[in-house]
Design a protein. Structure first.
Length: 281
């Protein structure tokens, strides 16, 4: 496969900064990612942002099916030509914004739950993770490349400043593993920082007590919305309809010290808070 620079130049295209485009330029790195992700014939892969096909090609060589969703309409014909030249015409290429796609519909068309793979632009990374959490009945796992800073946050544990809203939401329903570091020099154009490949395995049936998941995510957002405040004050200021006294009462019913801060809480503790908050909201 020609280099990204050569391919783009041949089609009079340039990397689009507003889309966060940094194309994987080393075929060996792409194959390493696919191997460490353990993609096989049983995987129905949804690739986010295939770009010029650096990951698409090794994915299509081993996966049972691949649907590649690309937002940049200028890249779509180049991607199709590249796949055709590689003899991989069975890959389904869709011109669409992944944040607007119906993942359940894609899973139905693919014949079952999806494995999501992609090199994510920084500006939509958190939004994509939230979408996958919400769609996890149709997504069994994801292997995604993030900028180093976000990878550190996604794999953080309670108690530190890197543990935040998205981290807590992910920890609530998935296990997360760091698979590989990919240096900035592996991309064209080279980003300012290194990237990391993260594996996310969703576990939709964890044994939490009955609770309202949608409201739980609102509670988590409120708790982290003003993370320097105590939980009592953060929840009261978080748009949940709670006064400071009501927030303190709910936290005590949940067995949580109102003076704690959001970054110290486990997902199970957030669930207890959600259950306790509901009667007084």
């Amino acid at each position: 496969m020609p280099s990204p620079r050569t391919l783009l130049s041949a089609h009079d295209l340039r990397p689009r900064k507003q889309l966060g485009q940094n194309f994987l330029a080393h075929p060996g790195t792409a194959r390493m990612i696919v191997e460490r992700a353990r993609i096989g014939a049983g995987d129905r892969v949804l690739e986010i942002g295939p770009g010029l096909g650096a990951l698409t090609i090794p994915l299509a060589e081993v996966a049972g099916a691949v649907v590649a969703v690309e937002k940049d309409r200028g890249l779509v014909p180049v991607l199709r030509q590249t796949l055709q030249a590689a003899g991989l015409e069975r890959v389904v290429v869709r011109e669409a914004d992944i944040l607007e796609c119906d993942l359940a519909a894609i899973a139905r068309e693919a014949g079952g739950p999806l494995t999501v793979v992609g090199n994510l632009p920084y500006n939509i990374s958190s939004q994509v993770v939230v979408r996958l959490i919400e769609a996890r009945r149709d997504v069994t796992r994801a292997v995604l490349m993030f900028q180093h800073e976000l990878a550190v946050r996604l794999t953080a544990t309670p108690g530190g400043r890197d543990y935040g809203r998205i981290t807590a939401m992910l920890a609530y329903c998935a296990t997360v593993q760091r698979l590989a570091v990919v240096g900035a020099g592996a991309f064209y154009p080279a980003p300012q920082v290194d990237s990391e490949v993260i594996a996310i395995r969703f576990e939709p049936d964890r044994p939490y007590p009955p609770h309202d998941e949608r409201h739980l995510f609102r509670v988590i957002a409120a708790a982290f919305g003003q993370r320097r405040k105590t939980l009592r004050n953060a929840l009261a200021a978080g748009g949940l309809g709670l006064s400071t006294d009501a927030a303190e009462e709910a936290l005590r019913r949940a067995g949580i010290d109102p003076r704690r801060r959001a970054e110290t809480l486990t997902p199970a503790e957030f669930v207890r808070i959600e259950i306790a908050v509901r009667p007084v909201r």
